[in-house]
Each structure stands twice: as C-alpha cells, then as structure tokens.
Design a binder for this molecule. Structure first.
Ligand SMILES: [Zn+2]
Ligand SMILES: [Zn+2]
Length: 501
C-alpha cells in the first residue's frame, strides 16, 4: 500500500456542463487489473433554451455506464434519466428512498411538458433542419419529444430506493451510502467507496446540492466514519461566494405592505419545497395574527398540488412539529380548473395567489403574470432565483411604469415586482466551509456553480481550509483522484469522454 501502488487504482472525474444546469458527473474507475467501471452522478435536463440541443444526445455511450447515482429530485439533476434508458443504459439507478418515490411525479410532469412543447415547435422543423451545427439525425430527433410517459415508467422500474446511511454494494468493489442533507425532501450527499485487495480504499463524497437544514424535516446526523476516512469531496458551489450576511429578510414586510393596500399578491413558487414552505409561512403568519384569515389564498399548479399531497401522506418524513404536521393555512383554495383561474381575474378584492413555476415561465404563472403585470394594486413577489431569459427575469428588469413588449403587445408595467433570496435551499459560503472543515480532506473538487464563482470559492477553500489539493470540475479537464487525493488532470479531447489510459 505504499506510494508505488497509488496510481494503480484511480478515478477520472469530469462534469458534463460547466455551470448550474444539466447536472451530470461522469466517473471512470480504473482498477489495478486494468478493468474499468464507468458510473454517473445525476442526469439532469438542460432547461435553458440555449442548451436545448444538448438534451438530445449524451457525449458518452449510455450502455457503457454501470450505474447511476441520484442526489435529489430536481429536474436539472434527474430530467434526462428516461432518455438515458431510452438510449441504451441498462444499469440500475440508485436514489434515496424518498427521492425514488418523488421522481415519477417530476418526470411524468416533464414528459407532459416536453410533448406539448414538441407540438408547439413542430413548425420550427424546417429551421432546425437548416441548422448546420447539428447532425441531421439529431435535428429530426428534436421533433419528437425527448421522452414520453411510457419511457418514464420503463426507467422507474430500474430505480432502487435506498435508506439513508445504509451501505449498498452497487458494483464489484464499489459501495455507496446516501447521507441526508437539507436541500430538499429526500436530498442526499453520496459517499462512494472503492475497495480492492492490496490497495488503499478511495472515498469520494458528492455533496449534491447542499443545505445544512430544512424547515420541514430534521436532517439525520452524518455517520462518524465520514469524518474520519481520507476523503475526496466533490462539492457544489452555487452560493460559494455569498455570505449569510448577504441574505436580506424582506418577504414578510413586503407582503404585509401589499396586503395593507388591499392588493392582489402573486407569489410564483417552485413546486417542490418552496410551495410547501410558502404555505407553512402563511399559516404561521395567520397564527401569530400578522395575516388576516379573511384574505383568501389560492394555490395553483398541478405538480405542486401532487407534492403537497405527498407531504400530507408522508407526515412521518416531516418534523413532529405541530405547524409542520398541518402546514396548510386557513382559507386556502386549490385552483385546478381553467374556469376558476379565469374567474379570479376580474376579482378586485385583496387576495394571495401562489402559482408555479417559480421563475414564471411555465405552469399557470404563464396565465397570471401577463395579466397582472399591467394592473395597479398588484404585487408579484418572487421568492427564488430567476435565470436569465425567463419571464421572471424579464419583468424584473423592466422599470416601473415602463412600456415593454409582451407577446407582441406593448404593455405598461404597473404591478410592483419584488424578490427575495431569503428562502434559498443552497448552503452559503459559511455552510459549505463548515461542511468541508469537518472532514479528513484529501482533495476538494469544485462543481455546480457559475464559472467565476467556482474559481472564487476555490480560492476561499485554499485560504481557509488548506486541503492538499483543490480542482475545478468542468467539461474541459479530467481530474484524476486516488486514495490520497488529486493525481493529475488532463484535457478532454475525446467528445465521447473515453479515458485513453
Ligand atoms: Zn437542487
Ligand atoms: Zn442543482
């Protein structure tokens, strides 16, 4: 087990995308007998228009992948799993038990959206075929949905739900452990342990999207062994440059101000996590007398309703706290019909409308926001990040009272548009550093952040924690790690992500 053996067993890690989208890490383990095992961590969808083409192919052979590990139920981490199976992946998908129960809800919903988008886009076919930057076979594939409900069921047959903190063997010499974290219900960080006779074991810890705690559930304590073993950490860095002090708590005051003026208040929400958190927030405000129970609350979004029922049917997954156990506020109406939605528009009484999607580009928000943006006595309050080019970003950018083009019609922005970052499910810089400090670190590979954030956060890690090695994960270089940390990096030349030595 001396130095000579170090390079006999290693893992080459590369990221499919450089930023916070289409999350997917490709790992190739090379054993001393020269056998190779390839596995991936997450298999996300690119939701941004500019990356749409990338959804249609994998830059590796899906049938060469032995197994897939899933950190949590967000579409940018799971959205291409059905496509992976459709394209020939034969292995198992491992996820936490809760994530394995949530995934069909998310993926069936995605399948529905994809097929309706394909119908809308079929008239773009000619344009797509003329686009010389993509091969013809891909261009024609883009006119059929990426996957359908049937593909989701087929993929889900191969999903194995695993209890937190339980070691599971996933391939010869490779075991994994799912470790709960607070990012989302079911979210896990994953420990991968690679053992081989005569070799020091390699420990890889994939943080996944990470938060220390969650308002809805108690996070199980990390197993003690995780703090002792020599660890190579692959960490997210979404908020790697944001301090806890950068978070401003304005939401409560903003909505009280809006309701004081008898406005209609629209809160775009993400369907899993944020929706339920908003319901709980409003319930607590009713309870402590801040919010009058006479103000009606409408809640619109099919997937958000499904997730809310999931919470209600799995109260044992949630905190045994009285408010959490019955988190629905009073005077709540679930909007499920187009007619109900339509009837809300002429109503000038003060009310709250929670609606998906969180960035305003999908779901019933597409119905409410274009209508209310030109109404006075209305506040639209975002409670999460909106990526560029989404409807949310667009209406945030337009000045108050400014005229702008909305689906071809010139419209005046009369509603107030506000936002807050106080509800984020990502650890801030302090949280990420605290996590890293607790380990016996061999290396830190920085992943899942904007390119500049990754570099800045890497510098902070070097400065504050001083691990042996720090690297930036991207699709430009393979980072090779062994039992004792980073061995080397080398450029990605081969678009199929094949390891050559
Ligand atoms: Zn996430
Ligand atoms: Zn993420």
């Amino acid at each position: 087990m001396g130095k000579n053996n170090k390079a006999n067993m290693y893992v080459d890690i590369v990221s499919l995308h450089n930023e916070v989208t289409g999350s997917c890490n490709i790992c190739t383990v090379r054993f001393p007998d020269t056998q190779k095992v390839k596995f991936i961590v997450d298999c996300g969808l690119f939701q941004e228009e500019k990356y749409q083409k990338q959804n249609y192919y994998f830059p590796f052979e899906p049938n060469e992948i032995s197994f897939l590990l899933v950190t949590h139920n967000h579409i940018d981490h799971i959205g291409r799993i059905p496509k992976l199976y459709k394209d020939g992946f034969k292995g198992k998908t491992y996820a936490s038990k809760i994530t394995s129960e949530l995934m069909p809800l998310a993926l069936n919903n995605t399948a529905e959206i994809l097929s309706s988008n394909t119908q809308k886009n079929s008239n773009k076919q000619k344009k797509v075929l003329e686009d010389s930057s993509i091969p013809t076979h891909l261009a024609s594939a883009m006119n059929t949905p990426l996957f359908e409900v049937d593909d989701v069921s087929k993929a889900m047959e191969n999903v194995v739900g695993v209890e937190f903190n339980k070691a599971v063997s996933v391939a010869p010499h490779i075991a994994v452990k799912f470790i709960q974290n607070g990012h989302l219900l079911g979210a896990a960080s994953i420990l991968v342990t690679i053992t081989y006779k005569g070799q020091d074991p390699i420990y890889l810890y994939f943080s996944g999207d990470y938060a220390k705690d969650n308002i809805f559930f108690d996070v199980e304590e990390m197993p003690k062994m995780l703090k002792e073993v020599p660890l190579n950490v692959i960490t997210e860095s979404t908020y790697g440059t944001k301090s806890r002090n950068d978070i401003v708590h304005v939401f409560e005051d903003n909505i009280l101000e809006s309701l004081k003026h008898k406005e209609t208040l629209i809160i775009p929400v993400f369907s899993l996590g944020r929706s339920q958190e908003m319901l709980l927030k409003l319930k607590k405000m009713q309870k402590n007398g801040l919010l009058s129970k006479s103000i009606p609350i409408y809640f619109d979004g099919k997937l958000a309703h499904s997730y809310t029922s999931f919470y209600q049917n799995h109260l044992d997954y949630l905190k045994q706290d009285e408010d959490v156990q019955s988190f629905l506020p009073e005077n709540l109406t679930l909007v499920t019909e187009y007619e109900t939605r339509q009837a809300l528009l002429p109503d000038r009484n003060s009310k709250i409308i929670l609606t998906t999607s969180g960035m305003g580009s999908y779901g019933p928000a597409q119905f409410y926001l274009p209508y209310y943006i030109s109404r006075p006595k209305c506040t639209i309050h975002f409670c999460g990040y909106t990526t560029p080019n989404t409807f949310g970003s667009k209406i945030k950018e337009v000045g108050d009272g400014e005229v702008f083009e909305l689906n071809g019609i010139m419209t005046t922005k009369k509603a107030k548009v506000l936002s807050t970052n106080e509800f984020s499910g990502h650890g801030k810089q302090e949280d990420l550093l605290e996590l890293l400090e607790g380990f016996n670190l061999k290396s830190v590979l920085i992943n899942h952040g904007e390119e500049n954030t990754k570099v800045q956060f890497a510098k902070t890690v070097i400065d504050k924690i001083k691990p042996k090695g720090v690297a930036i994960l991207s699709n430009k270089n393979y980072i090779r790690v062994g039992a004792h940390g980073i061995l080397k990096s080398y450029p990605v030349n081969d678009l199929n992500f094949n390891i050559t030595d």
